[in-house]
Design a protein around this ligand. Structure first.
Ligand SMILES: C[S@@+](CC[C@H](N)C(=O)[O-])C[C@H]1O[C@@H](n2cnc3c(N)ncnc32)[C@H](O)[C@@H]1O
Ligand code: SF4
Length: 353
């Protein structure tokens, strides 16, 4: 990842252009092939299971994938209308680092630049809002994945993004680190983890082999009881200890990585957003606040209009005005569901800050 500012990376792109469909391929545990992690695991452009690995290049140019790219090239995104207008994930730094390398055409001819390797669903937690831990394991074998990928994929990747399940309990993660660091030492790595594992010398040695750019830790609550309900069977004090160990290790690295916090807000924990903002600022972590949409019954979007306004008023009161830009992924979708007069009122407040 270059350390150039986002504005410079995006200087030739229109305001609503997203690079992800031009850079990324996601391999899901059940063989689905995706393009963007923010579309969830149920938005495939094709399926690789029971097909030769080299079919990945056809799947990458499936009609759906080409349409997705064409919409961005025409500056009329429909598939990602919601994302570019409200979530604004196309402006996340990590989604723009490959700006200089992306092939900006609907049909891709070059190499795959970024792999999101969700090879297995295996997880040590059972979060009630997540279905990933129920996904299969073991579908990617030496024959159908590792052997062909060593030739046509690993040597050319510029970035690898590990989501899982839980990447740090999966043998395939460690195997991937060993293989890619050997074939392609310049590849840059991104991890998302529940931190429900403790850094061992073995994992430390593996991390020392690679250029880790961002380690994202999912912490949805800083209240032990709430954390315990959202992330069973993990315990918050242990997670915070594990995180501290990672912070200490990071200080010993030649090239330290950025630490980010993913925090998923829903009915059970919405009051905690101001505290999470303070926690991340105090520790110099980046913050990715996410508004839970599925399951719909747990989502803040399920609340009545007056309850949504109560939540917004609470955030505007408790969060320092200079930090409001950090929480737009949570507040904009709430504002968008209000009546026009209320919508105008809250946008006006936002504009004034
Ligand atoms: C599926 S997890 C896998 C990585 C790791 N196990 C973790 O929890 O960070 C990746 C991210 O997806 C988020 N996630 C899980 N279920 C979600 C849902 N229903 N809606 C939005 N994000 C979700 C998690 O909070 C986490 O930050
Ligand atoms: S820790 Fe991550 S993958 Fe595991 S159940 Fe929770 S959100 Fe899903």
């Amino acid at each position: 990842m270059s350390d150039r500012p986002l504005k410079e990376l995006r200087k030739n792109l229109s305001a609503h252009f997203c690079l992800v469909p031009f850079t990324t391929i996601i391999l899901e545990p059940d063989g689905k092939v995706g393009i963007c992690r923010n579309k969830g695991d149920n938005f495939p452009i094709g399926h690789i299971k029971d097909r030769p690995f080299d079919d990945l290049w056809d799947i990458r140019n499936s009609p759906k994938a080409q349409q997705w790219r064409q919409e961005f090239l025409d500056n009329t995104p429909v598939i990602c209308h919601h994302e570019v207008n409200y979530r604004k994930c196309h402006l996340e730094y990590g989604f723009n680092t490959l700006a200089d390398h992306a092939e900006l055409s609907a049909k891709q001819q070059g190499k795959i630049l970024r792999l999101t390797a969700n090879l297995n669903g295996q997880c040590n937690l059972r979060c009630p809002f997540c279905t990933v831990w129920q996904s299969p394991n073991g579908n990617y074998t030496e024959e159908n994945f590792w052997a062909p990928a060593r030739i046509s994929l690993f040597p050319y990747l510029k970035e690898i993004d590990m989501l899982g399940g839980e990447p740090f309990i999966q043998a395939d993660t460690f195997k991937l680190i060993k293989e890619v660091s050997n074939l392609n030492p310049d590849c840059q790595w991104f991890f998302t983890t529940n931190m429900a594992w403790s850094l061992s010398s073995k994992v430390e040695e593996l991390l020392n082999l690679i250029d880790v750019k961002i380690l994202t830790v999912s912490i949805d609550s800083l209240v032990p009881e709430t954390y315990g309900i959202l992330r069973p069977p993990a315990k918050l004090p242990i997670i915070l200890r594990n995180l501290e160990k990672i912070v200490n290790y990071n200080e010993t690295r030649k090239k330290p990585f950025k630490i980010a916090i993913n925090s998923l807000f829903q009915k059970l924990n919405w009051q905690e957003l101001p505290e999470v903002v303070r926690f991340t600022i105090k520790n110099n972590f980046a913050l990715n606040p996410i508004l839970l949409r599925v399951p719909a019954s747990s989502s803040l979007l399920d609340y009545s209009e007056s309850e949504k306004k109560k939540i917004l008023d609470y955030y505007f009161e408790k969060i320092d005005s200079k930090d409001l830009k950090l929480i737009t992924p949570v507040i904009i979708p709430l504002i968008e569901e209000l009546q026009p007069i209320d919508k105008a009122y809250y946008y006006q407040i936002l504009r004034n800050y």
